[in-house]
Design a protein around this ligand. Structure first.
Ligand SMILES: N[C@@H](CCC(=O)N[C@@H](CS)C(=O)NCC(=O)O)C(=O)O
Length: 208
C-alpha cells in the first residue's frame, strides 16, 4: 500500500491526498512536517532530501516532489486515467499547467498564505503581502482568461492540472486577500471543483 508522508495542512500533501481519493487508491498517511516534525531524520531524508513534505513510499520505491508524485501515481497505478492523458499533446498541456503552478503562482501564493494565515496580524508585512497578492492576481488572471473558453485548466476534462492549481485557488478565494480582483471564469471553475465530493471533503477546509 502507498504510504504518504506529510501533514494534511500542507498544500503539496493535499494534492496527493486529492489524487489518491479521486482514484480510490488505498493509502496510509503519516503526519510529519510543520509542528509534527520528523523530517530532519536521516531516514526521512533518504525519501525527501530537502526535509519537506510530501514524500511517498510504494514498496521499496521512494519519491518526492508533489507534482512528480501525482504523475507517478497515475503512471504506476492508474495508467488509463483521464486525469493524466496519454496522448502526447494532451499530456503536455496538463504538464505545462502543473509547471505553471510550481514555477509561477507558487511563490506569490506562498507569501500571501504565510502572511495572512500563518502570521499574527501585528507581525504581518502588509506591503509584502499586497505586492505578492498583485503578482498572484496577474497569474490568476491568465488562468481566468483560459477558463473563459473551457471548463478545466488543461481542457474540458478534469486533470492533474486542476489538482495542482485547485488547492491554491481555494486558498485564494477563502483568504481575505487585499485588492483581489474579480475573476469570473476562475471562480466558476472553483465552484466546479467544490462540486467534486473529494475536493469538498478533503481539501476545501479553512486554511491553517
Ligand atoms: N516543490 C516541493 C515543495 C514542498 C514544500 O515546500 N512543502 C512544504 C509544505 S507545503 C514543507 O515541507 N514545509 C515544511 C514542513 O511542513 O515541515 C513539492 O512540490 O513537493
Amino acid at each position: 500500500m502507498i504510504k504518504l508522508w506529510g501533514r494534511n495542512t500542507s498544500s503539496n500533501v493535499m494534492k496527493v491526498i486529492w489524487l489518491l481519493e479521486e482514484l480510490g487508491i488505498a493509502y496510509d498517511r503519516v503526519d510529519v512536517g510543520g509542528a509534527f516534525g520528523g523530517t530532519a531524520t536521516a531516514a526521512y531524508r533518504t525519501m525527501q532530501p530537502l526535509g519537506l513534505v510530501p514524500a511517498i513510499e510504494d514498496g521499496d520505491f521512494h519519491l518526492f516532489e508533489s507534482n512528480t508524485i501525482l504523475r507517478y501515481i497515475c503512471n504506476a497505478h492508474a495508467p488509463s486515467t483521464p486525469l493524466y492523458p496519454t496522448e502526447p499533446m494532451a499530456r503536455a498541456r496538463v504538464e505545462a499547467w502543473m509547471d505553471f503552478q510550481q514555477t509561477a503562482i507558487n511563490r506569490p501564493m506562498s507569501t500571501v498564505f504565510i502572511g495572512l494565515v500563518r502570521t499574527a496580524p501585528e507581525q504581518r508585512d502588509l506591503a509584502a503581502i499586497a505586492a505578492a497578492a498583485k503578482d498572484a492576481a496577474g497569474y490568476w488572471a491568465i488562468l481566468d482568461g483560459r477558463l473563459a473558453g473551457q471548463t478545466h485548466v488543461a481542457s474540458n476534462e478534469f486533470s492533474l492540472a486542476d489538482i495542482a492549481l485547485g488547492i491554491y485557488a481555494h486558498r485564494w478565494f477563502v483568504m481575505d486577500v487585499p485588492g483581489r480582483p474579480e475573476a469570473p471564469h476562475l471562480r466558476a471553475w472553483y465552484q466546479r471543483l467544490l462540486a467534486r465530493p473529494v475536493f469538498a471533503r478533503h481539501i476545501a477546509h479553512p486554511p491553517t
